[in-house]
Write a protein that binds this ligand. Structure first.
Ligand code: C2E
Ligand code: CA
Ligand code: CA
Length: 858
């Protein structure tokens, strides 16, 4: 990564490359063009040289011809005879020896015979003239005459270029001499014959034709066509010139346009390619930049991750696809006691195990699970000292290119939580005094047994109530009473089989659940044995105490298939046994059903009462422990029974729950509470108890929403108190309902906490705001022999750890209040602070404020 940072930007490199290429291209183009022009120039020059050569040849030829022609006249005895002294015109002109044909046939414009001083004979274009030769010839004649005489001995002639009649001409000069006897004359005094051959257009055209040159012409020297070939004609001021074909230029015309076109196209293509390269290098630059940024971000996030990983108490793990550990955070060592090296490379499920779900398959399932939802799994392991420890695993798949590359997640140590949970679970299911099962466990046991269906062996429930216990307890004190109860418990335990359940239901009431014993004789024998056993004196502190027992028996069968019903039946039978004189037992029978009759009656009354609105709400305040101010009020239902007076909810709510009456009743309570509380101070919360049956039998969410709208009561002032039992029937459904209620904005309070089945497990995943410790635990707070102190402390601590408000209900004494304050409880409720009050009294209490609180104490 760092190397990327050091490299020059690719854009710069590309730019340099492009610069180099462009330069090369331009150079190549220049060289090509230069070579081309050079070749063209060479071709033209060669052509010029060639034509000049030919032209010179032709001209030379003409001069030679002219001289030779002249020689045939000048070196001639007859001519010498007739022209040397006095010119013989007759001979020369008339007899046409040097006559007019020189012009008409041979094309000489001027024919002269001169000596040093005179022109002796002159023909202009074939006509005789008196004018001297100098009139026409624009050149000094004397040197020419001298030259001609000088070379005459050798039969030579001279030629010159001269202006004749203003136009360039070839002047040939030869001394007139006899053919043979030249030594006999004085050549230095001989006349000189001049033939003038004017270079007319026609003659030049003829000359050019002969030499294969076009457009041969004369130009004045002043014209400056340097490129055109020329032959300078002496001092005439003219030169001979012609037009050369210029093959070089033709070549250029032929080659240049396509070449330039090709170069242009090549240039454009290169331009396009360069632009493309620049653009893509810019893109690379940008992605490099981004890479750099993300590199920095990655480093930062890695640092952050390390800081977080080491700061949390959780350890973080990663595995490969085969679930072998590839990473463990440093916290692993301090939490588990193992060294990281011990486990890296090892399969995760060798370290951790889950008793409900195999870890490996759970992880595999996470690979397909919704990545938004982090699932948890409770796992166990042994630390290096062999201690059993628990952790909560979370896992997510690691996907690389959409393919599973492994898993990662966290593990939080929950050993203490699990231990506390187990402790509370145990406490919630057992009687602290005797160690026997409590009513919760009995109910659960019965329900589980009943769920097994009709083909399961029948269940027998024996309810046992001590006779004579209350007087002992009252007279000798709780300590003795407790010892008696403990002894009874151990005797019952001894008298039953391992699989049978023995429970203490509270006070001096016990229950036995016996399985697979449907033979009456057998049960009778058991009952006889139990009664005999309990009639034996119990010795406490040297005192022999006598108690006895009555038993009520109910069995499962076609009519009785529900735990509550079974307990009620056994209860009715026990009532009968007591009524029949104690120390005996009774089986439940239909005749005992008066109770049930009574219940039916009550149910009818209840239905009517609902129609007549014979209900009233009482209000019990809840106080903040810190300053004992009222923060909330619980609505508690009462029935104004026409005969029996004001009835508490325990007498009719269970009945209502068994029928659908609870739905209408619950709705009435909610509406009434909201309506009433609307007029109270805004910060006051109103708690309404919600029956589990209400949740499962109606759309409680819609009802709450409608009533809130109807009464115009703000949702955040409403609190719903729900017991853990709401989760019993339908865990998923209950969670959905609770979440939906929470979404309405209401508070959720878990009532009677500690008596239910699932306490902590629920709390974690359910959206409760607060918990209310059941009054049973508060009642036991001041009893040094009970575990209730520990339970209350554990609940308060756990509640706080989960960010919940913890309330204690059933606070009856100042001592309890003080202990709760010490344990850090948030809120309290109970007779010590205020009993449930009718609306008027409660409103009076509210008006009185704190003063009222003090006076309302018992
Ligand atoms: P809960 O929700 O646990 O209500 C507290 C009960 O404890 C109330 O009895 C209250 O009067 C009583 N209590 C308050 N302070 C003390 C105290 O210091 N010592 C003792 N020993 N008891 C105290 P109540 O009013 O008889 O209600 C009994 C149960 O009936 C309630 O228990 C609740 O579960 C149920 N309930 C009451 N009203 C309604 C209602 O409107 N709807 C439903 N579904 N259930 C209701
Ligand atoms: Ca309540
Ligand atoms: Ca309660």
């Amino acid at each position: 990564m760092d190397r990327i940072v050091d490299l020059p930007a690719p854009r710069l490199q590309v730019r340099r490359l492009i610069g180099g290429f462009s330069l090369l291209f331009a150079l190549a183009a220049l060289v090509t063009l230069g070579a081309l022009f050079n070749i063209a120039a060479t071709l033209d020059r060669q052509e010029r040289q060639r034509s000049t050569f030919h032209a010179t040849q032709a001209l030379e030829q003409r001069l030679l011809a002219s001289r030779q022609f002249l020689s045939s006249y000048a070196v001639w005895d007859a001519a010498y005879q007739h022209l040397a002294n006095e010119v013989d015109w007759h001979w020369a002109y008339d007899e046409k020896n040097v006559g007019e044909s020189l012009y008409s046939a041979s094309g000489f414009e001027g024919v002269f015979v001169v000596d040093d001083r005179h022109t002796r004979y002159a023909l202009l274009r074939g006509e005789p003239t008196d004018l001297p030769a100098e009139t026409f010839i624009d050149a000094p004649l004397a040197p020419i005459i001298a030259q001609a005489r000088q070379v005459a001995v050798d039969r030579e002639q001279v030629t010159h270029f001269v202006l004749f009649d203003g136009w360039p001409a070839v002047l040939s000069a030869a001394a007139v001499r006899p053919d043979m006897e030249v030594l006999k004359i004085d050549v230095g005094k001989a006349p000189v014959m001049l033939f003038v051959d004017q270079l007319t257009e026609a003659k030049l055209a003829h000359l050019g034709e002969g030499a294969g040159l076009a457009d041969m012409r004369l130009e004045k020297n002043t014209t400056t066509h340097r490129a055109t070939p020329r032959i300078v004609l002496g001092d005439t001021g003219y030169h001979l010139t012609w037009t050369t074909p210029l093959p070089g230029r033709q070549l250029l015309w032929a080659v240049l346009p396509p070449l330039l076109g090709a170069l242009l196209v090549l240039g454009l293509v290169m331009l396009y390619l360069f632009r493309h390269a620049l653009r893509s290098s810019r893109a690379i630059d940008q992605s490099l930049q981004r890479l750099r940024h993300s590199n920095q971000a990655l480093e930062a996030s890695e640092q952050r991750f390390r800081a977080v990983a080491e700061a949390t108490s959780d350890w973080i793990w990663e595995t490969d696809r085969h679930q072998r550990l590839t990473y463990l955070s440093q916290r692993f060592a301090s939490v588990t006691g193992y060294r990281l090296e011990d486990w890296l490379g090892q399969p995760l499920n060798q370290l951790l195990a889950c008793d409900t779900t195999p870890l490996a398959s759970w992880l595999d399932a996470q690979a397909e699970a919704d990545p938004q939802q982090m699932a948890n799994l409770r796992c166990a392991y042994h630390d290096p000292n062999g201690q059993h420890r628990y952790c909560r695993m979370s896992a997510r798949p690691i996907l690389v290119d959409g393919k599973l590359a492994g898993f990662r997640g966290t593990a939080s140590d929950i050993t203490h939580e699990v231990a506390a949970h187990a402790h509370i679970q145990h406490l919630s299911l057992h009687d602290a005094l005797t160690g026997l099962a409590n009513r919760n466990k009995l109910t659960r046991h019965l329900e589980q047994a009943l769920q097994r269906g009709s083909d399961a062996p029948p269940l027998t429930l024996l309810l046992l109530d001590l006779d004579n216990f209350k007087p002992i307890n009252d007279a000798l004190g709780h300590a003795i009473g407790d010892a008696v109860l403990q002894e009874v418990a151990s005797r019952l335990r001894e008298a039953t089989r391992e699989d049978d359940l023995v429970a203490r239901l509270g006070g001096d009431e016990f229950a036995l659940v016996v399985e697979a014993m449907d033979d009456r004789n057998e049960i009778d024998r058991l009952c006889t044995h139990l009664i005999a056993l309990l009639r034996q004196p119990i010795v406490v502190n040297g005192q022999r105490l006598h108690v006895g027992a009555s038993l009520g028996i109910a069995q499962t069968g076609p009519q009785v298939c529900d735990a509550g019903e079974l307990v009620r039946c056994a209860d009715i039978a026990l009532y009968q046994a007591k009524a029949d004189g104690k120390n005996t037992w009774r089986y439940f029978c239909a005749q005992m059903n008066q109770q049930i009759q009574y219940r039916r009656q009550l149910e009818n009354d209840l239905r009517q009462a609902l129609e007549q609105e014979a209900f009233v709400l009482h209000y019990q305040p809840r106080y903040r422990l810190q300053d004992l101010r009222i923060v909330s009020v619980e609505a508690l239902l009462r029935w104004q029974h026409p005969q029996q007076g004001l009835l508490g909810p325990d007498t009719f709510i269970p009945l209502a729950e068994q029928s659908d009456l609870i739905v209408a009743l619950g709705r009435w309570v909610l509406r009434q509470a909201c309506r009433t509380a609307r007029h109270w101070q805004a910060e006051l919360l109103v708690s309404v108890n919600l029956s589990p049956a209400q949740c499962s039998r109606s759309d409680v969410v819609a009802e709450v929403r409608e009533i809130l709208l109807e009464t115009d009561f703000p949702a955040q002032r409403l609190e719903l108190e729900i017991t853990e039992n709401v989760m019993l029937a339908d865990i998923e459904g209950a969670l959905g309902t609770l979440l939906a209620l929470k979404e309405l904005g209401v508070h959720l309070n878990m009532d009677d906490f500690g008596t239910g089945y699932s306490s902590l497990g629920c709390l974690r995943s359910y959206p409760f705001d607060s918990i209310k410790i059941d009054k049973r635990f508060i009642a036991g707070l001041t009893n040094p022999n009970s575990n209730d102190q520990a339970v209350v402390q554990a609940i308060i601590d756990l509640g706080k750890a989960m960010g919940l408000t913890v309330t204690a209900e059933g606070v009856e004494t100042e001592q309890q209040l003080r202990m709760l304050a010490d344990k850090g409880c948030h809120e309290v409720q109970g007779y010590y602070l205020s009993r449930p009050l009718d609306q008027a009294s409660f409103e009076a209490l509210l008006r009185e404020g704190d003063a009222g609180r003090l006076r309302s104490r018992p």
